[in-house]
Design a protein around this ligand. Structure first.
Ligand code: ADP
Ligand code: ADP
Length: 227
């Protein structure tokens, strides 16, 4: 499989503490990869480096062969807006906007006209089984509904990679399962890859492949070192 996103030898330290210490990982087009590991092991830092949010101290990240680590901030943010979608644990929706407006927002920022953006946002709310919250603000919906709205917003602009950092971390297991089922199903239908950070085996089981971050390096769960 052609590799869409490849990181090689990433190092990142905060003060004296190395968060990443030679981490390497690759993600194929449409592949769903779970990044596991204990709290503080460097999972989020790895995700942020892969997504071009954090610049590593050393090492390279390539997206479709283009080096993220050598782009200008402007080029990286254009890439994020055009090709990447994000789902975090909570709090990523704009509280002043309705759920429908939140989902339409990435399209509006791409200058899609309001009617068309809202039509496409409505389709995504249907796919995520949350049409009933379209006119509500994020503060008026349940945690599970909010995360499904966030998934709709992450996918609406047809990204090639979804970065999901503990997307079910604030949900009970029933709602967590529902979010994971809909997230992975939608990503597969859109042929989008997913980088899924989680410390829960149940959540990771929705992936095609699991890796573990330990001591700032990435290992396959089969035991073979990829670091
Ligand atoms: P995980 O996602 O596995 O919990 P993180 O990548 O968030 O791990 O953190 C790895 C290490 O880097 C931890 O020791 C954490 O405290 C530290 N760290 C992460 N982000 C920052 C930051 N912005 N400033 C200082 N230390 C950080
Ligand atoms: P779901 O399973 O879709 O997440 P719930 O069973 O949690 O939904 O919620 C059912 C109904 O109760 C929904 O119509 C929702 O708007 C409302 N609701 C649930 N939790 C909250 C909350 N924390 N604040 C406001 N409304 C909520």
């Amino acid at each position: 499989m052609a590799k869409l996103l490849v990181a090689d030898g990433l190092r990142k330290a905060f003060g004296q503490t190395p968060a990443l210490d030679g981490a390497s990982i690759s993600v194929g087009a449409g592949e769903i990869v779970a990044v596991m590991g204990p709290s503080g092991s460097g999972k989020s830092t790895l995700l942020h480096c892969l997504a071009g949010i954090t610049q590593p101290d050393a090492g390279k990240v390539r997206y479709e062969g283009r080096k993220l680590t050598e782009m200008t901030d402007r080029e990286r943010s254009a890439l994020r807006r055009g090709k990447f979608g994000f789902v975090f644990q909570f709090g990523q929706l704009v509280p002043e906007l309705t759920c429908l407006e939140n989902v339409a927002l990435p399209l509006r920022m791409d200058r899609v006209r309001r009617r068309e953006a809202e039509r496409r946002a409505t389709e995504w709310l249907e796919r995520l089984e949350v049409t009933d919250v379209a006119g509500k603000r994020p503060g008026e919906v349940s945690g599970g509904q909010g995360q499904r709205v966030a998934v709709a917003r992450a996918l609406v602009a047809n990204p090639r990679v979804i970065f999901a950092d503990e997307p079910t971390g604030a949900l009970d297991s029933l709602n967590g399962e529902r979010v994971m089922r809909l997230l992975t199903q939608s990503a597969r239908e859109s042929h989008a890859a997913v980088v899924l950070v989680t410390h829960e085996a149940r959540v990771a089981s929705y992936s095609d492949r699991e890796v573990v971050v330990r001591d700032g390096r990435v290992r396959d769960l089969t035991g073979a070192s990829r670091g």
